[in-house]
Structures are given as C-alpha cells and as structure tokens.
Design a protein around this ligand. Structure first.
Ligand code: ZN
Length: 213
C-alpha cells in the first residue's frame, strides 16, 4: 500500500495486493469533515485510512458507484453518513449477495452489508469544505463524482479506465450519457484527476477519452 499526498488536504491510498488491478481510496481532510471516497474490499482497506485520520472530525463516506470493490468497507462506518446516488443504494440492495458470491475471493478483512444512508439525484454541496458531489453516469448508471473546489481536484470514480493503456472505461450505460458526463467534466475547474484504479492524472485525460470514443 502506498500513500500519496494530493495537494494540501488530500491523500490517495493505493493498494497493490490485488493481482488484477490497483485500487485507490481517496481521503480529503476538510475543515468540518473527513471525506473518505470509496471503501474498497473490506475492513483491512479502511484500517490505514482510519489510522491516518488524526483529528476528531466526523467522517463522511462517499460511494462513487455500486461496484463491490468500492463499497465492501462501508461496514466500518455504520454510524457515519454514507453518501451515494439513489440508484447506487438501490442496486447494492439488489445485487449484494450476488456480488459477494462472485467475488468473495477478493475480500480484504471483514465485509458487512451497510447501505448508503444519504442519497441524492443531481447534486450535493458541503459549503464549509467546498466539496461538491454531482451525478455523472457513464461507467455505470449510478456514478457520481466529487469535486474539491478549493484544491481543484476531482474524483471521477471509475469513469476513467483502470490503467493508462486502457484509459477508456467499461461503459455500462448509453454512450451518450457518458459523453455528456465527459463534456460536463470539461466545464469544471480542476487540474488534478483521481479515479478508482488509475494513477493520478490531469484534465487532459478528458479530451483524450473523447477523441478515442
Ligand atoms: Zn466499477
């Protein structure tokens, strides 16, 4: 596991223990809350993040989408706010057992079913921390992105492919929705782009993907 500092208040924890892909967990230590973006493969993915948080500010968990490798650590935050798109909660509820059955060999520590408890349709905003969360379907129909407006950093979840070689992600919804999301990204003021599995990128990645579609 590697920890990279992202500007002044962000940290990216990358796990290399899975054979097939790297896995990123993003922490933003705001003035009011600590934001944990995605919870990985279980309690052992969350332990280093919890250890890293050295203040008493409450944790806000954000699930970028319903896929199992982004939600299995939710059980460590049963008493916290856990945010997702409305569809994300609905799909987790429907597919939880199936996702465990098919992928349980990837689990890292304990896994406990813990659904998002604050859902939204289009947008949420934390004004004290200047953290904006918006609906950005593409990789899946329930994808959301998190913008740290103060530091000009965006987390797009899996809306960018897993590696530099495969920069275009699997798109499990109408391609038009994904293109609209990419065009939306172009309008947003950021220079640093974090995603679920890739390295830290810059804004040029958006045009690169648009050209490849
Ligand atoms: Zn995914």
């Amino acid at each position: 596991m590697k920890i990279q500092k992202v500007k002044n208040r962000g940290f990216l924890f990358t796990f290399y223990n899975s054979p097939d892909w790297d896995l990123n967990i993003h922490l933003i230590m705001g003035r009011k809350y600590n934001y944990i973006i995605d919870t990985g493969l279980g309690s052992l993915c969350m332990a280093p993040i919890i250890e890293h948080i050295d203040d008493n500010k409450p944790v806000v968990v954000i699930n970028t989408h319903y896929h199992w490798d982004h939600i299995w650590g939710n059980g460590e935050f049963k008493d916290s706010i856990i945010i997702s798109h409305r569809l994300c909660r609905e799909i987790i509820e429907l597919q939880w057992d199936d996702m465990i059955e098919k992928n349980k060999h990837y689990c890292h520590g304990n896994i406990e079913k813990c659904l998002p408890n604050l859902v939204f349709e289009k947008e949420l905003y934390f004004p004290d921390d200047k953290i904006r969360i918006i609906y950005t379907p593409g990789h899946t129909i329930d994808c959301i992105s998190i913008i740290d407006e103060e530091e000009k950093v965006i987390n797009v979840g899996d809306n960018i492919g897993d590696t530099i070689e495969e920069i275009v992600p699997d798109v499990d919804c109408e391609e038009k929705l994904y293109i609209d999301t990419l065009l939306k990204y172009k309008e947003i003021d950021f220079d640093t782009c974090i995603s679920g599995h890739n390295v830290i990128l810059d804004k040029k990645v958006v045009d690169k993907i648009l050209r490849m579609l």
